[in-house]
Design a protein around this ligand. Structure first.
Ligand SMILES: CC(C)(COP(=O)(O)OP(=O)(O)OC[C@H]1O[C@@H](n2cnc3c(N)ncnc32)[C@H](O)[C@@H]1OP(=O)(O)O)[C@@H](O)C(=O)NCCC(=O)NCCS
Length: 183
C-alpha cells in the first residue's frame, strides 16, 4: 500500500517519508524547535540531529509495513522543504478500525489554510483505501488554532480527558474529538 500514499494539492505535496528525506526533516525539526515544543512531548538534544531524523524515518517505515502508523510529510510542490507533517498513528483494526491523528506546521506556514488543504484528502484516504471508521484527534484546551482546524475538518468534540498526555513535561488535560467515516 505504501507506494500509493501521496497526494498533491494546489499548494502542497504530501507523501510518506523516504530515507532521502532525513536532511529536510532535520531542517524542519531544528527550525521549528521553539514553535513546536509547547505542543509536543519533551525531546532530548539528540532529537535535533540528522542521525535521529534518519532513525525516525526508518522506524516510520517499519510502522507503515506493520499497518501501525502512517507518518506523512508535507512539502512544497518541488518537494525540497518540509513545511509540516501529520501522522495517523495507533491504528487498531478488528471491530474498532480507528487511529489517532497528530499534526504540526512550520511556524511561518500557519494561517494560510495549508493544514486543512493537506488533511482533507488525507482523511478521504483514511476513510477510503485505509479502511478506517474513526479518526481521533485531541488537543490542549488552549490550542485554539488546533481546535479551529479540527472543527473545520468535521471533527466533533467527545469530551475532556483529565491529565491525558505529557506535553512539554507536564500532564495536560485534552479535548477529545473524533471524525467518523461518512456514510
Ligand atoms: C495547529 C496548526 C497545524 C494549525 O495551523 P493553521 O495554519 O492555523 O491551520 P489551517 O491550515 O487550518 O489554516 C487556517 C487559518 O488560515 C487562514 N487562511 C488564510 N488563507 C487561507 C486559505 N486560502 N484557505 C483556508 N484558510 C486560510 C484561515 O482563516 C485560518 O486562520 P484562523 O484560524 O486565524 O481563522 C498549527 O498552528 C501548528 O502546527 N501548531 C503547532 C503544533 C500543534 O499545535 N499541533 C497540534 C497539536 S494538537
Amino acid at each position: 500500500m505504501s507506494g500509493a500514499i501521496a497526494w498533491r494539492t494546489p499548494r502542497l505535496c504530501c507523501r510518506l517519508a523516504k530515507p532521502d528525506d532525513a536532511e529536510a526533516l532535520w531542517r524542519y525539526r531544528t527550525a521549528n524547535r521553539e514553535h513546536l515544543a509547547p505542543w509536543e512531548p519533551l525531546r532530548d538534544a539528540a532529537y535535533y540531529t540528522q542521525a535521529h531524523a534518519l532513525r525516525s524515518l526508518e522506524e516510520w517505515m517499519v510502522g507503515v509495513a506493520r499497518d501501525q502508523a502512517y507518518p506523512i510529510l508535507i512539502f512544497d510542490p518541488d518537494e525540497r522543504e518540509v513545511c509540516g507533517s501529520f501522522t495517523f498513528s495507533n491504528v487498531v483494526r478488528g471491530p474498532f478500525q480507528a487511529c489517532q491523528l497528530g499534526y504540526g506546521l512550520a511556524a511561518d506556514r500557519q494561517g494560510q489554510g495549508l493544514m486543512r488543504e493537506a488533511l482533507a484528502p488525507a482523511l478521504d484516504w483514511a476513510f477510503g483505501p485505509l479502511g478506517l471508521h474513526r479518526v481521533m484527534a485531541n488537543y490542549l484546551p488552549r490550542n485554539a488554532r488546533s481546535g479551529r482546524l479540527l472543527a473545520v475538518l468535521g471533527f466533533e468534540r467527545e469530551g475532556l480527558a483529565r491529565s491525558y498526555l505529557q506535553i512539554a513535561g507536564t500532564w495536560e488535560d485534552h479535548v477529545l474529538t473524533a471524525k467518523i467515516a461518512p456514510g
